[in-house]
Write a new protein. Structure first.
Length: 584
C-alpha cells in the first residue's frame, strides 16, 4: 500500500508504538486496489475544536474513506462512562474523537470538491496492544474496531480487514434514508489521487533553515507535485537515478530521501562533491548523526591512510589516480560497519567506474540488497570528472533495474534568471525546464551587469556594489562572490580594500561573512545574491561557468565583465535573440 509520507519517524518519542505498528502493516501489505494511506493528517478546520489531527486516513477505491484513531496503551477501560488510558482519564471517547474528525474531513473535502459530496466515510478505532471488547456497545459496533486479538490471527490481512469495515458500513447506509434516496458515490482512482494531492501539502513540507532576504521570516518550501512523486518512487524502488537541470531540487530531494531512509531504520551513506556542500548538508541533517556524509576525497583518505593521501595530494595527483590507488588497497569492511543505503549527490562528477567499485566496499556485496540513489545532471553540469558514468552506463555496468526519474520544474531561480543565462550561452538551457515555480520577478533590476577596465577598477566596482547591497538591508552572508578559478579567488581575497567587508573562503565560517568561491566548488549550493566576477574571455568553460554560477541565485545576479569582452558578449546575445528559437 502506498503511504504518505512514505516513512515514519521511528526515532521520535512523539510517535506512539501503535502508530508505528499500524503504519508497518499498511506499508508492507500487498494490495491490488491502489490504496493510499495518509499518516498524521492535520485538520486545520474542525467542527468542535480550533484544529484536530487524524492518525490515519485510508483512501480505499472504489469503496470509500476510513478515518483511523490508533491507541497504543496496554491498559484501557471504561468506568462510569469515562475512558481511562493507563489509568489516566480522558474526557473524550476515541470513538467520538474519530467521528468528529471524520465529519471535519468530509466537510473539508466537500467544500473543495462539491462533486464528491456523496462519498462514503467510516471511522475505525485500532487498539494495537490490548483487547478492549468482545461484544458490541451502545457507542460502537464490533466491526468498527481492530484490536490485539485480530492482529494475532494467522490469517489476518489488513487490506481485507479494511475492506470488511467499508462493506459493513455500506450495508448499513443502504438501509438509511440517504442511502435509499441518494445512493453512495464510488471513490474512483482519479478522485482518490485528487484528494490525496489536496490533503498532503498540509503536513508534508520542508522548512528552509535560511532567513529570507530583508528580514522576512523563514521560508516554507512546499515540495512540488513532481518532487512528491519522486520521493514516493524512491520509497518503493531500490535503485533510482534522479536527473534534472540546475534548480530542480535534486539536492533537497537527496536530503529528504536520506532523512526518510534514516528514520525508517536504514544505515545511510551520503556521498557528496566537496567540503562546501558537506557543511550545508551537516546543518540540514543535524538530527541524524549516524548518517555518514563524505566526499570521495575523504573516502580515498580513509582507504589510503592520511600519510599516503597527503603525499599524493602534494604531488597534484588526479582523481583518476587517487581512485586507482584506492582500488589497489582493496579495503575489507566488517559487515556490521557497512551501509544499506547509498546516496550519491552530484553524481555526474563522482560516479566513475572506479569510484563506484570503491563505494561497493562500503555496502552489501549483493547490490540488489542495497538501496542506491543517484542525483545529478550529466547534460549541463559535468565539469570535474569527464569519466563519470551516465544513467545508461550505470544501468549497463552495475544496476540493470536502475530507474530514471527526470525533474523539469525549476524551484530556485526566477524565469528571468534562466532567460538571462540563455541569452549568453550556446546550449539550449530553457527547454530543459517545463515549469518555473517562481515565475518572473515583480521587482526590476534584479539582474545587473557592470563592466571594468582592469583589476583595480573591478575591485572599486565590487566594493561599491557590496556597499549598495548593505544599504538595502542585505546581510553579508546573503552575498556570494563566484569566480572562474582559484587564482581569481586568491586575487580578490588578498586585496586589502576588501578586508573590511569580511570575506571568507572557509565554508564552515560563512555566517555573517561574504563568501567567495569558484563556481565549481559552489555547485549544488545557492544564495540570495550572486556576484559573478572575472568574466574576461569565452574559453572552453564559458557556458558552464555562466550557467552554473548564475543558476546559484535565488534573487539577484550581478555580473562583472571586462569591458572589451562585454562587446563580444553583446554580439552573442544579439545573435541568440535573432537566430535561435528560444522563448526569451
Amino acid at each position: 500500500m502506498r503511504t504518505i509520507p512514505a516513512f515514519i519517524n521511528r526515532h521520535s518519542q512523539k510517535v506512539p508504538p501503535g502508530e508505528i505498528k499500524f503504519f508497518d502493516l499498511l506499508k508492507n501489505s500487498k494490495d491490488d486496489d491502489g490504496l493510499i494511506a495518509l499518516h498524521s493528517l492535520e485538520l486545520p478546520v474542525h467542527i468542535k475544536k480550533r484544529n484536530g489531527e487524524m492518525d490515519f486516513v485510508i483512501l480505499f477505491p472504489p469503496l470509500g474513506i476510513i478515518g483511523v484513531e490508533v491507541k497504543s496503551h496496554k491498559n484501557i477501560y471504561v468506568q462510569n462512562g469515562k475512558w481511562y488510558f493507563n489509568d489516566t482519564p480522558k474526557d473524550e471517547s476515541p470513538f467520538t474523537q474519530i467521528k468528529d474528525n471524520v465529519i471535519s474531513l468530509r466537510k473539508r473535502i466537500e467544500a473543495r470538491y462539491p462533486a464528491l459530496k456523496w462519498l462514503m466515510y467510516q471511522r475505525l478505532v485500532v487498539f494495537t496492544h490490548t483487547n478492549l471488547i468482545d461484544k458490541p456497545s451502545a457507542e460502537f459496533d464490533r466491526w468498527e474496531i481492530l484490536q490485539q486479538e485480530d492482529f494475532n490471527k494467522k490469517d489476518f490481512n489488513i487490506v481485507e480487514s479494511l475492506r470488511r469495515v467499508l462493506i459493513k458500513c455500506s450495508d448499513n447506509l443502504k438501509e438509511t434514508k440517504v442511502g435509499k434516496n441518494v445512493g453512495i458515490k464510488e471513490l474512483d482512482k482519479s478522485s482518490m489521487n485528487l484528494i490525496a494531492d489536496f490533503l498532503r501539502p498540509d503536513y508534508e513540507h520542508y522548512v528552509s533553515p535560511r532567513d529570507r532576504v530583508n528580514n522576512i521570516e523563514k521560508e516554507i518550501k512546499n515540495y512540488t507535485t513532481e518532487q512528491f512523486k519522486t520521493l514516493d518512487t524512491i520509497s518503493e524502488i531500490p535503485h533510482v537515478y534522479v536527473h534534472g537541470s540546475a534548480g530542480t531540487g535534486k539536492t533537497f530531494i537527496a536530503i529528504e530521501a536520506a532523512r526518510r531512509k534514516y528514520n525508517s531504520g536504514k544505515k545511510v551513506l551520503l556521498i557528496i562533491y566537496n567540503s562546501e556542500i558537506k557543511e550545508f548538508l551537516k546543518k540540514e541533517l543535524y538530527f541524524a548523526k549516524k548518517i555518514g556524509i563524505f566526499s570521495m576525497h575523504e573516502i580515498y583518505k580513509n582507504i589510503l591512510g592520511t600519510l599516503e593521501y597527503e603525499r599524493m595530494l602534494a604531488n597534484n595527483t588526479s582523481q583518476d589516480d587517487f581512485a586507482k590507488a584506492a582500488l589497489e588497497v582493496n579495503k575489507i569492511l566488517p559487515e556490521e560497519e557497512k551501509f544499506d543505503c547509498l546516496i550519491i549527490d552530484e553524481c555526474q562528477d563522482i560516479a566513475s567506474f572506479d569510484n563506484l567499485l570503491i563505494l561497493q566496499q562500503f555496502i552489501n556485496e549483493d547490490l540488489q540488497k542495497t538501496e542506491i540513489l543517484f542525483f545529478g545532471d550529466h547534460k549541463y553540469q559535468q565539469v570535474q570528472n569527464k569519466k563519470s558514468l551516465n544513467y545508461e552506463n550505470i544501468k549497463k555496468e552495475f544496476l540493470q533495474d536502475l530507474q530514471s526519474i527526470p525533474l523539469y520544474t525549476n524551484c530556485r531561480n526566477t524565469a528571468d534568471i534562466i532567460k538571462d543565462i540563455q541569452r549568453k550561452v550556446e546550449n539550449d538551457i530553457v527547454s530543459s525546464y517545463k515549469h518555473f515555480l517562481r515565475g518572473n520577478s515583480d521587482e526590476p533590476k534584479l539582474i545587473k551587469t557592470y563592466t571594468y577596465d582592469d583589476h583595480q577598477n573591478l575591485i572599486e566596482k565590487l566594493i561599491s556594489t557590496i556597499k549598495d547591497l548593505k544599504k538595502e538591508g542585505f546581510k553579508s552572508d546573503d552575498i556570494t562572490i563566484l569566480t572562474r578559478n582559484s587564482q581569481s579567488v586568491k586575487n580578490i581575497f588578498e586585496n586589502k580594500k576588501l578586508e573590511s567587508f569580511g570575506l571568507t573562503q572557509d565554508p564552515t565560517l560563512r555566517e555573517n561573512l561574504v563568501y567567495i568561491s569558484t563556481y565549481r566548488k559552489f555547485k549544488g549550493l545557492e544564495n540570495h545574491i550572486i556576484l559573478i566576477i572575472g568574466i574576461e574571455d569565452f574559453g572552453s568553460d564559458f557556458d558552464e561557468f555562466i550557467y552554473i554560477a548564475s543558476s546559484r541565485s535565488k534573487d539577484r545576479i550581478i555580473s562583472f565583465y571586462q569591458s572589451e569582452f562585454y562587446e563580444k558578449i553583446k554580439l552573442r546575445i544579439k545573435d541568440n535573440l535573432i537566430s535561435k528559437n528560444y522563448d526569451l
